[in-house]
Design a protein around this ligand. Sequence first.
Ligand code: PLP
Ligand code: SF4
Length: 371
Amino acid sequence: MRHALKNKNDFERVFKLSPGESEAFEQGREIFNIRCTPYYASLAGDFEEEPIRRILMPHRLEMRDGTQQMADPLGEKRNQAAPRLVHRYSDRALFLITDFCSVYCRHCTRKHFTGREQALIRPSEYEEALSYIASHPGVREVILSGGDPLTIADGALERILTDLRAIEHVEIIRVGTRMPVVAPMRVTDELVRILRRHGPVYLMTHFNHPRELTAEAAQALGRLVDGGIPVMNQMVLLNGVNNHAAIVQALSRRLLFLRVKPYYMFQCDPSVGTDHLRTSIDESLEIQKELWGHLSGLAMPTYAVDIPEGGGKTVLTPNFEIARDEHSRRYRGWDGVEASYVNPAPERRRLPADAGVYADEWNEITRSRKY
Ligand SMILES: *Cc1c(COP(=O)(O)O)cnc(C)c1O
Ligand code: SF4
């Protein structure tokens, strides 16, 4: 991180910039900060349209008017329950502990926050966010994000994990990080021990292209999984980067082989300066449909779109239904087989005899929706 490329001079030492890239350094920083690790830069190719280069390199097209340009496509500012705490779903809250990343991906959805480099959260805000979590027993899961939570030092991270673990109702901690992709050497044995000590911690990473899965990245993932940390991947479909079924397949199969579960395949959010990186929803559905039936369910990511303005996630699956009536539904499966599913008679429906035992807890969770 100390050797990060941060300005045009730094990038020119590694890349021969195209006119479109060169121009972007003048104004691009106003749209989104610029930074890249030397390791990640070494994965990029020597021409402008190379996929990894499109992720890390500012481009003139970021400054052009697009069809939809939102500063905060997920409406996160509106949904902040406490400073840097987004509580949008009843049982889990997103905690933005730092705004710093070691690479500023050009497609980032959180440009309203990420990259200001105010770094770690202020102590007073931190206490406020913690006491919100502590006073909301419905929050079973805390998702550490940012920015990249693994850009902070081990000691600071351990203190946050310790504080969260002191809250009895926090069952699951998630850490969303791009470090295994952009700086796999960050995943030290000591880091893995810290995560494990405060488990269950799920690590969510963000590989977008099979070429990001280098030997170093594979070793980092191996250290995590061997150390008892489940790892999941969230990819984003990006125009000119990975918008082809063969690339998604190669990425997903290799992740699965490395014991990483492909979790989400996101539609790129209409964040400012991303028009040249976005696919259409129809194109994304086509890619997903091609994979369906051919890719192991274990390797298949769930395709999701975040509804702009903070509408939350919506999951899209291929539609196999071709007809329905009161009692049955008719489907045509992925390879053309047609058949009907006939429902049992309604009078046979019974609730589980012990539903009441669980219902109180469920009501408590859903009642905690105070946002
Ligand atoms: C995506 C998201 C989550 C996590 O959603 P999952 O479907 O559980 O992965 C939680 N909070 C916010 C605000 C989110 O945007
Ligand atoms: S690592 Fe994540 S938060 Fe940071 S710039 Fe990339 S997409 Fe945005």
